[in-house]
Ligand binder design. Structure first.
Ligand code: 3PY
Length: 253
């Protein structure tokens, strides 16, 4: 199947995203139905193993205007293989610091002779064998987003972005802030400047750039600098904030 998200990134069409960290396929469906362009199924900080990501992918598949993106726990070739086989087309790999790490991710997503992904087309990815030419089509349907979230990564940004097979770059401001000595403080001017600079450099390279931040100033500056796939919220936080606000309206009133 065509990867509409990959195409939208290529075309530079703004894609608004939302983070799923718990709740299984029901939460995935709810978020997909809410109008966002992509749902990030978070295998890094969320409580999802591969077998739990699969039904989330199936739930989002009912909403063709919304694309699932699976974030892995880390750069791990086994996790890449397993998630791709379950039908994840777009992977976000956190904590990429060097071009060599980016190349390892690309290799793990490609069948031989180009890469090292083990071949089996009778998976959900190959529609259980119904896609006869999955072996040759897979490369075009898959989309790799690498996450840069340290000073070292930003120092290597141009080299990482030049790796053939990297489709987009996502800045992780929370980890970057921690790496810069400001854990939990995305408002630090040095962090804000570093994020804006990274996005502007990616834009200059023609590389789609994205970000997840709840900091309104950072989000505004990222958009102005050219970020084109931005996540705006996270399930647990949204639910907590709504629950607390509702209670506050009545308790003690
Ligand atoms: C980060 O901010 O570090 C993330 O990984 C998500 O945005």
């Amino acid at each position: 199947p065509v990867n509409r998200f990959k195409q939208a990134l290529k075309d530079g069409r703004m894609q608004w995203g939302i983070w799923q960290t718990f709740g299984g396929p029901d939460m995935a469906e709810l978020l997909a139905a809410s109008g966002y362009d992509w749902v990030l199924i978070d295998g890094e900080h969320g409580a999802f193993d591969v077998g739990e990501i699969r039904p989330c992918l199936q739930a989002v598949a009912g909403y063709p205007d919304c694309s699932p993106v699976v974030r892995l726990c880390e750069l791990d070739t086994a996790l890449i293989k397993r998630n791709l086989d379950q039908g994840a087309q777009t992977l976000m790999v956190p904590m990429i610091n060097t071009a060599a790490e980016a190349r390892a991710a690309v290799s793990a997503m490609r069948f031989a002779p180009e890469g090292t992904r083990g071949f089996n087309s009778a998976t959900r990815a190959g529609r259980y064998g119904a896609i006869a030419d999955y072996g040759t089509r897979a490369k075009d349907e898959l989309c790799l987003i690498v996450q840069l979230e340290s000073r070292a990564a930003l120092g290597n940004l141009e080299e990482i972005a030049a790796v053939e097979g990297v489709d987009a770059v996502f800045i992780g401001p929370a980890d970057l802030a921690a790496d810069m000595g400001y854990p939990g403080n995305l408002a630090a001017p040095e962090v804000q400047d570093a994020v804006e600079d990274a996005i502007a450099r990616l834009k200059a390279l023609g590389m789609p750039a994205g970000i997840f931040t709840l900091d309104p100033e950072m989000q505004r500056r990222a958009i102005a600098a050219g970020a084109s796939f931005n996540a705006l919220g996270l399930d647990a936080l949204m639910l907590m904030q709504a629950a607390q606000a509702r209670l506050a309206q009545f308790r003690g009133a």
